[in-house]
Design a protein around this ligand. Sequence first.
Ligand SMILES: Cc1ncc(COP(=O)(O)O)c(C=O)c1O
Length: 388
Amino acid sequence: MQYDFDVLIDRRDTDALKIDAMPAIWGRSDLMPLWVADMDFATPPFILNELRHRLEHEILGYTMRTSRWASSIVAWQQNRYGWSIQPEWLNFVPGIVPGIALIINCFTEPGDTILVQPPVYHPYFHVPQNLGRRLRENALDLVDGKFQIDFERFGRDVRGCKLFLLCHPHNPGGRVWTSDELRRMAEICHREGVIVVSDEIHADLTLPPFCHVPFAKVSEVAAECCITLMSPSKAFNMAGLTSSYSIISDEALRERFHRFLANSELHLGHAFAFNSVAAAYSHGTEWLEQMLAYVQGNIDYVEQFLASELPQIGMIRPQASYLIFLDCRKLGLSVQELNALFVDKARLALNDGAMFGKEGEGFMRLNVASPRSMIVEAMYRLKKALLA
Ligand SMILES: Cc1ncc(COP(=O)(O)O)c(C=O)c1O
C-alpha cells in the first residue's frame, strides 16, 4: 500500500502541544510550528483502527499488559535489531521522560550525580535537577559536522556518577552511535559501576544507510549495566498515548525496577497502552519505510536549499530522526537576535539550540516531519527574513 505524506492535516482544536503552547512561549500563535518532536503525518491507519476497535467495546475499565504486547516487542527487537530479548525483561512505563524520572528515583538518592552529554534533549537537565540530583556534563565535540565523544574525558567525567543518560540515537545531534563507541562507553561505565539509561526512542527513525545497534546488545558488560527505554511513540506518531517500555536483561537491576514500579501501581497502563504498541510493531514495517524515505526527501530538500539559497546557514545532517540542527553561527547573531529572526521575521517556531545546553548556542532545531509543502514554505520564509 502507498501512504500519502503530502496531506496537510489541521491540528487545531486537538489539544496539540506544538500549537497550543506557542502563545505561552512566543506570545503569538501565527507561527509555523516546527518544534515539538512529533509529526504532522497521520498516525498510521492500522493503529487508529486498533483504537477504534477497542472503543467499540463500551467499558474502559482497568487494563494490564498482554502477551500480544510483549511478543510484538520481542519480535520487533529481533527482526529490526537482531536483539534477542525475553518477555520478562519488559516493563510498561508511562512515557520515556517519566521513565527516566522513575529510574532516577529508583536507583539514585538526592545529591547523587548524573552524567549527560550536551547539547542534549533538555529534560535530561531539568528532570534530574528537579529531583534534587547533581548534573555532570560530558560535552560532545563537533568534529567535521558530526558530534563525537572524547573518550578520555568521558572516562574522567563518568567517575563518581550513579547514572549516565545516553541519548541513542542522539537528539538534537542526530548521531547514531556505532557498536565500537557503545562498547567503549559500556566498558567504562561498567568499570566505574555506573548504570546506563539508554534512551532509544529515536531508534526506529534511523535513516539508511545507518543502522541502530541497541546499547545492551553490544557486549556482556553493556547488558549488565543497562536499562533500555524504547517506544513506538516517535516513529509511529503516537506520543500522546504515553506508552513506552523498559528492557532490562540484568536480573538484579530488573527486579529492583519492577518492584519499584509495582509498588507505585504504575504497571497497569491504560486502555490504549498495549494494543497500540502491538499494532505498530505488528503492522508497521512498510509504513515506517515509506515515512523514513519521505523524511529523507525533506532532509535532502533542506540541505540543497541551504547550500544554494542560504549558504550562511549550515546543518548537521541527521543519521537518525527528523530533527535537523541548523548551524546559524556564521550569521553572528546573539541568541536573542537569532530567535527574533526566526520568530518575528520568519514566523517560524523552532527549538532554540541553547535550550539543549550552551554547546547548542547559535543552532536552531528544525523538525521536518511535515508535508513537503510546509518545509518548502518554511525555507522560503527563512530566506525572505534573512534577505529583508
Ligand atoms: C531523546 C528523547 N527522549 C524522550 C523523548 C520524549 O519521550 P516521551 O514523550 O515518551 O516522554 C523525546 C521527545 O522528543 C526525545 O527526543
